[in-house]
Design a binder for this molecule. Structure first.
Ligand code: PHE
Length: 337
């Protein structure tokens, strides 16, 4: 036995293994080369006759032969298995996997839209809790102690001077208590009143509050032009805005703003109940008595406004019954967005 006998045996074995065509052939080659009566054990026996000085070299060569053959057998086996595996099949006629994707709720869509419009005018979004203090919801907003809105038949009282806020206006107070003027915020949020649910009322509804207070003059004209800009962005360029005198405890003067009816464009129809106008929001110049409650200088100037989100959604999407917004019927909610 010479080293070159071992080398040629190795190359012969590797050539045969790579030509093997199936598992049976591979098994036969394993038996032929490294099986108990195969070539490798036979060569091992010859090791006895090798002169001691050459034994290590022969030993190494035989080990290398065993490793190379074993490895070649394994890799040929796995490549044959891979190529004989059935090709992956895909049945294009099967129905697809359907995943229900959500859509934006009309109330959220209105909040997003109104927020976007005012954000463009420099208003930042403020937030406040649903559970409020009597001070933030009524006292600081200059609401008389005997004002009917404080009545337990109108407000959900929680005890300890806490209540479920009846409006987003307490966020005006929170904002002014926390920040010096100028402040310019918009605040969407949930409100609660003890209303019996019907087509236009819900005990739980949403408002969007706006507040701008500065140390430089801000006038009713600024409020009007801001709201007119908002109306056009929200309802389209043709919309008209009408301001009517009104009363809110925390604004003076106070107004209510109506938009011209988007259905009949002011002619009068069932949606606007024949008037041509739809009431949208309350607003006014911040009453100086409010400034006193939040520690602002009485010479500050500012306006505030608040609007009902469900109301806007009903108008914008032509929804006739507010309860449909909360019925969680996806067939209905998907109609809009
Ligand atoms: N908070 C008032 C309401 O719920 C609306 C309003 C907000 C009026 C801001 C004036 C200024 O009726």
């Amino acid at each position: 036995m010479t080293l070159s006998d071992i080398a040629s045996l190795q190359s012969q074995a590797l050539a045969e293994i790579s030509a093997a065509k199936d598992a049976a052939e591979i098994e036969n080659l394993r038996i032929k080369y490294i099986g108990r009566n195969g070539s490798l054990p036979a060569l091992m026996k010859n090791l006895r006759d090798v002169p001691p000085a050459e034994k290590p070299a022969f030993g190494q060569a035989l080990n290398a032969l065993r490793n190379a053959v074993t490895e070649a057998l394994n890799s040929r086996k796995s490549s044959l298995e891979a190529s004989s595996a059935p090709a992956e099949t895909f049945d294009f006629s099967l129905p697809g996997n359907w995943h229900a994707s959500g859509s934006i709720h009309p109330v959220s869509a209105i909040i997003d839209e109104v927020t976007r419009i005012f954000a463009q005018l420099g208003f930042t979004v403020a937030d406040g809790p649903d559970i409020e203090t009597e001070f933030n919801n009524f006292d600081a907003l200059n609401t008389a102690k005997h004002h009917p809105s404080r009545d337990a038949r109108d407000t959900f009282w929680l005890g300890n001077g806490l209540l479920l806020r009846t409006q987003t206006s307490p966020v005006q107070i929170r904002t002014m208590l926390a920040h010096k003027p100028p402040v310019r915020i918009i605040n969407p949020g949930r409100c609660y009143r003890r209303d019996t649910t019907d087509a236009t009322h819900s005990a739980n509804f949403h408002q969007i509050e706006g507040l701008y207070v500065d140390t430089v003059p801000v006038s009713l004209a600024d409020l009007k032009s801001t709201l007119e800009h908002f109306a056009r962005e929200m309802m389209g360029p043709g919309v008209k805005v009408r301001f009517r005198p009104h009363f809110f405890p925390f604004t003076e003067p106070s107004v209510e703003a109506d938009f011209s009816c988007h259905v009949c464009h002011g002619k009068g129809c069932s949606v606007c109940k024949g008037s041509g106008w739809i009431e949208i929001l309350g607003a006014g110049m911040v009453d100086t008595r409010v400034y006193k409650h939040v520690g602002y200088d009485k010479d500050c100037y500012g306006y505030a406004f608040g609007m009902g989100v469900e109301r806007l959604a009903m108008i914008k999407y032509g929804i006739s019954d507010l309860r449909l917004l909360y019925a969680n019927d996806l067939r209905y909610l998907r109609e809009f967005i």
